[in-house]
Design a protein around this ligand. Sequence first.
Ligand code: PHE
Ligand code: ZN
Length: 894
Amino acid sequence: MSDNAPTVIHRRDYMPPPYRIETVDLHFDLDPHRTVVRNTMRIVRRDGVPADTPLELLGEGLQLEAVTLDGVAAEASDADGRLRVAAGRASFELTVTTHCDPAANSSLMGLYVSNGNFFTQCEAEGFRKITYFLDRPDVMATYTVTLAADKEAYPVLLSNGNLVESGPLPDGRHYAKWVDPFAKPSYLFALVAGKLVALEETIQIADGTPKLLQVWVEPQDLPKTRHAMDSLIASIRWDERRYGLPLDLDRFMIVAVGDFNMGAMENKGLNIFNTKYVLADQQTATDTDFANVEAVVGHEYFHNWTGNRVTCRDWFQLSLKEGLTVFRDQEFSADMAAGEGDAAQAASAVAVKRIEDVRMLRQTQFAEDAGPMAHPVRPESYAEINNFYTVTVYEKGAEVVRMYQTLFGRDGFRRGMDLYFQRHDGQAVTCDDFRQAMADANGADLAQFERWYSQAGTPRVAVETAYDAAAGRYRLTLRQHYAEDRRSDTPADPLLIPFAVGLLDAAGRDLPLRLNDEPESAAATTRVLALTGAEQTFEFVGLPIDGATPTPSLLRHFSAPVIVDYEYDDAALAFLLAHDSDAFNRWEAGQRLATRALLEMAQTLSAGGQARLSETVVDAFGKVLADDTLAPAFREQALTLPSETFLAEQMIEADPGAVHAARTQMRGRLAEAHAALWQRIYEAHRTDGPYRPTAVDAGRRALRNLALGYLAELPDAAAATLAETQYREADNMTDRFSALGALARIGGTAAQDALQDFYRRFEHEPLVIDKWFALQAMQPDGAARTIDTVRRLFTHPAFNLKNPNRARSLIFSFCAGNPAAFHAADASGYAFWAEQVLALDALNPQVAARLARVLERWRKYVPTLRDGMEAALQRVMAGARSRDVREVVGKALG
Ligand code: PHE
Ligand code: ZN
């Protein structure tokens, strides 16, 4: 196989495996440099497979020691990462003994060492780095695992399932034996060994059975585990309540590790987490960190049913488990946030969660869908599966699942889930199986809905409206299409789009809506229209005769992952921002208003002109600012301008410098025009009493810190004083870090002093030092150029390229989180990017490929930047060796 053309794997080529592996008995002799793995498998040839079909097990970087077939040394050839065994029988026991070098494993896939302890990561194809196996998700086996290791260095020995035996061995070693009663694919295997301690709790689930819950961490981190444990308990309760899904093992363990490529991993009964999503306390974690821990703990726990009990037939079906599980964790977080206050607070908390998710979807997934890596929720092909853990598979996949709920309601969705588990528990299945369960449980035909899985690109829905005041009729014409320049050859047929709408009267009240063929009793204020054709007209009747033209509220709560094209004028947007009963669309109106203003300003600046912010916009935002009836968390969202990344994506040719200048100017103008209001908000939103990371308190802090940020845009010294005081007096990381951010923006010696103080205070807290690096990498160019700061920090003793969190905190924060500085005209950012992609490529291809993706949209940028990007991409293409990076860069250049 040539290095230039990596093998591409196609969904249509799926074939079931010729052999089944029914049981796996693994024995590990753990040693950091030479771990010996003895793997005994009971293997059965599948019916109808010719007897002379060789068994081919996959392996990567393994040293083969011995192979025995039914206890007798066997012939086996070991080439190209495949172990071929001529078994010649229908059922047999195969033992393969290999060894590997975990301490030398910097890819963090397979078995590796982190801070002296052993961990594994097997999804998607890491199990083959541990032993030879049919390393594919449709091979489900039950596992028995024995771990043997030095007792002093590795007192704790964990694997999936239940502990059945443990004890001493000669030479200061000891062992533990674990049995997982549930058949599972190899990607869910895990082991952990080392010096760890656990926060433990025993709970009873609904049927009364006791369950042992553990959160394992390094000893110094034990005080930071309470929130993860509470989140785990809440997740268990929620899945029982909402879906009737119980915890099926006697014990459930979460383990934190400081070196991890992703967020966390749902290994059966032994979830392994990036420390970032486990550890949290008031002093070191922000409100966002607390919320993320809750969401990720929930996500991995929910995988126990959606992913583990029912798994994926092949990796093209990844969204079957990820889209569904992201949807479930979103719903969980929304319910948790809503559980605190009164009904109005609850509704607002749910809207805020939706806003956060949609903001992220639009910023990242819409861009992915418009670029060279565009792929459907269920991809058709890949070179490296690690590159397909994408926002399309995860977040767009979650939107697709959400649409079932929008179409069938919560109860209908639950019926579909029940049927899915009834049919497929214990199986490895496809996205089609899930869709079929939803259809059958609801007596619906979801054939057209399949297109959401097979068509790439973001659909656009163009809306036209016509109001016949004399007849009290309102017509809505919806047209769906994909953008002309969609970069995908998947079909572009009309989708089934649930399109939620409302109509507001002149006073801003919802009008009851009834379609022309419906009885009066059908009227509701939000209607979910089922758009199935390329173009369709819906007519609402029975509206007040001779009333003023209603204002449409389109795609309420973002009922489908599409872009709505409708010619709102500024006045209509300001009106919706002030009145829409749908909180999501209220926010949306503000974002549209701000986006349009910012794009106009950026265009003007890009052409060398002077930009001005319209007073309509200044006033509309002032109204939100002054409206104390709005929940603080919602107000914070409404007053947060669209990100620079999102804005650049909306330009015909992205100009990050102009976007940054426009956004800075708008922030400055909003700060100055409403200085007194910002000041009042800052004063009025102190949180009294002890720190609690609840949605309500977090919302108050967020709004107050947003106010501080706006005040920091003003030229006077007052904000610096506020920020300094807040920095010093803060009793929690949210307030301290926000104050540090405000000081850093203001600059000068106060900023330098605070940054130094912050480092000294948290020198021994890696997750906080990550924040310290990130904050500096995300500063706009000022007296010093940020690229110079980043290069200097690169040589800081605390910087470590091998640790993914640290690499992300400095390198990704600069390359992806600081567009204006990164896209400097002299291409200095691109040179840095190319160096770092190549350095990471040699260490950790998965992380390198993520960084490589930062430049995949290079064709979108103004011509003056394109050449520099192309040159950097070519440099990486010439030097990169991993399939991961080569696939990404190859597609970007192709
Ligand atoms: N399956 C993990 C999750 O979604 C993500 C993951 C993928 C982690 C690959 C590690 C490696 O939660
Ligand atoms: Zn997941």
